[in-house]
Design a protein around this ligand. Structure first.
Ligand code: SAM
Length: 435
């Protein structure tokens, strides 16, 4: 870094001794009073003046915002400057957990587009699923596959985001533990693994499609060397982005390839690198799919449709006893994915069928498509909201019997079932807060 930064090395090192900026990105589909200063390269990102205890804010659990480091919100610029986001796109977030980039992608793509949010490490898919469900979109499928498995889908995706596992130099300030794992050998190993991941994923990108390659590290082996290697090996076209000078983001060129680096002494954020490449040639094979989906009956659909806003833009299918929904425009694609990948979650769970009764699913309470007019809504204060999130028994004034939506500050938190002598708290046990 000394060689690379020259006179900038001292300010760089000093910046690592300062506190990390705290930032969040609001969910444009959920109500919240926006606080803090806007992050200039992001539509919904804000800096906070201090770090609140997010666990004790019901808005955090309702998916009103995502706690995300500011530099990584630069992904928005890569999308809006290189793609027509009004189109119905197939998007892959290949290294997705815990879901920061996926939730941003969902806010940017159209409801007719489909996001495949993939995480190879199985036990990291639960935090990914939780964050995705809280965000409330139904046009998303969570998979848990090795990058090599995507070779079964040649030319399927218009956009592939590879937020690659890296040596994490850009997180040294936020997570001092990351320094202990760093070694020149680890950097080399990460760089080779990143190339392997890109190689594996390349075939599933459409000719003309966009690859966004990013890391949260500074070294060239994992960043510009790899971006230039993708360009040379796969004959890709490197795309330039326009960045305002006062954002402080450094543009780097190598072998006719461009990359963008955030350094903490110039940008209010952590270390982050991003490069955008367009695939210029390759195969686009239409996949034949065998229909294996089970559908609810016409009467069941008629009965549940009022629960959902613009229900006619969705198709409903049954998985075990759960009825789920996905955008109608992507039914064919979903079937292809089911035939080829390990699907963890498809779309939004609407309800459970139990002895021909409908039990609304927790994901529906968090969904931006829920029609609140169809359910009794119980508005609660902060103390009651925290008790609800701890899955404690609520003591509320009298309410009509049956399922009711628990709402705090206009945000759906989950369901209760009001019975004659008690109120059942239906908040998922594994999500409950322990503070
Ligand atoms: N995109 C995420 C976000 O914004 O919240 C962060 C992703 S993190 C930088 C990299 C992810 O890659 C981790 O979730 C990790 O489990 C996953 N990963 C690790 N080894 C991998 C491999 N060989 N292939 C694909 N993904 C891998």
């Amino acid at each position: 870094m000394k060689l690379r930064l020259g006179l900038d090395f001292q300010p760089f090192i000093q910046s690592l001794e300062t506190a990390s900026p705290v930032s969040i990105r609001y969910n444009p589909h959920k109500k919240s009073e926006q606080a803090g200063e806007r992050i200039p390269w992001s539509t919904w990102g804000h800096y906070l003046s201090e770090r609140p205890v997010f666990t004790l804010d019901p808005g955090f659990h309702a998916g009103a915002y995502y706690v995300q480091e500011a530099s990584s919100m630069l992904l928005e610029q890569a999308l809006v400057q290189t793609l027509d986001l009004t189109k119905s796109l197939n998007v892959l977030d290949l290294c997705a957990a815990p879901g920061g980039k996926s939730t941003l992608l969902l806010s940017l793509i159209s409801p007719r587009s489909l996001l495949i949010s993939n995480e190879v490490i199985r036990n990291r898919t639960s935090v990914l699923s939780e964050n995705i469900q809280k965000w409330g979109h139904d046009n998303v499928i969570i998979t848990s596959n090795d990058p090599g498995d995507f070779q079964r889908l040649p030319g399927f995706f218009d956009l592939v985001v590879i937020d690659a596992p890296c040596s994490g130099e850009g997180l040294f300030r936020k997570d001092p533990g990351a320094t202990k794992e760093w070694s020149p050998r680890n950097v080399e190993m990460c760089s080779l693994r990143q190339r392997r991941i890109v190689n594996d994923a390349w075939a599933c990108l459409k000719p003309g499609g966009i690859l966004i390659y990013s890391t949260c590290t500074y070294n060239e082996a994992e960043n510009m060397d790899n971006a230039a290697w993708i360009r040379d090996t796969h004959g890709a076209e490197s795309l330039s982005l326009s960045m305002k000078e006062d954002w402080g983001i450094e543009e780097i060129m190598k072998n006719h390839c461009t990359g963008y680096q955030c350094f903490p002494h110039h940008v209010r954020g952590e270390g982050f690198f991003l490069s955008v490449l367009r695939k210029t040639s390759g195969e686009h094979r239409t996949q034949k799919s065998k229909n294996t989906l089970k559908y609810p009956s016409a009467n069941q659909i008629k009965d549940m449709a009022p629960w959902i806003l613009t229900a006619d833009s969705s198709f409903f299918f049954q998985h075990h006893e759960t009825i789920r929904m996905l955008p109608s425009a992507k039914q064919e694609e979903f079937q292809v994915l089911l035939n080829n990948l390990h699907v963890v979650i498809g779309g939004t769970a609407v309800l459970e069928l139990s002895k021909n009764k409908f039990i609304p699913d927790h994901a529906l309470a968090l969904s931006i498509r829920l029609n609140k007019n169809q359910f009794p809504v119980i508005k609660i204060d902060i103390e009651q909201a925290l008790a609800y999130l701890r899955k404690e028994t609520l003591r509320l004034d009298s309410h009509p019997f049956g399922f009711a939506l628990i709402e705090y500050n206009g945000l759906g938190l989950g369901w209760v079932n009001v019975l004659q002598n008690r109120i059942n708290n239906l908040y998922p046990a594994t999500w409950r807060i322990r503070m």
